[in-house]
Design a protein around this ligand. Sequence first.
Ligand code: ADP
Length: 230
Amino acid sequence: MTTIKPPVLQLKSVSRHYSQGGRKLSILDGANLEIATGEMVALVAPSGAGKSTLLHIAGLLEPPDAGEVVLAGRTSGRLSDDERTALRRNDVGFVYQFHHLLPEFSALENIMLPQLIHGLDREAAQERASQLLDYMKIGPRAEHRPSELSGGEQQRVAIARAVANAPLILLADEPTGNLDPQTASYVFEALEALVRQSGLSALIATHNHEIARRMDRRVTLQAGQIIETK
Ligand code: ADP
């Protein structure tokens, strides 16, 4: 018998409005989205369309004004603040356009830290961090600090850090937006291999159409709705 897994992420009729200079700006207006286990979805929309807002809401960093975000089968609006924080910490990995690595720590330590905070012992955290660095093909750079790494290497460390605690979904906000096209392609290849190998789901905002085409589905934001595109 095959078991049908529920979607990892569901946005149900989600709305988010900002007020700008007395005007109401509708970023999301009853938007819906479902992401299945292991699915990679590209979010392609112009600057200012609301990609970051959508990723923040999907990752439980901010609540919607209306509607529901269901992550790993749990309706976030029904959780206490502590439960929501735990859900986000356990099940969501974030990657941003800029790496946000801690400058005073090595690549290895940057990947160990979230695991230590999560309660893993030092040895286990170090082993997993080393494996992830090898997987991202930057094993030899383990002891280097972020300032000693190239932009592509910094992003690969940031991706490894985001998945260090084995989340269910990776949310990435233009993770290759700051890289030249060749490096962007190489970094995305590493990210894709990691996602495919671990069965992780991913929602990745990108302006790069070549990268978007390599994912399973593409969505955009239009008039407050999340729409499937080619
Ligand atoms: P994107 O990531 O696609 O560039 P954002 O989600 O950052 O878009 O922003 C969408 C729109 O919402 C923009 O017009 C932005 O100016 C506006 N916006 C974002 N955050 C706020 C806020 N806290 N208050 C008011 N307006 C905001």
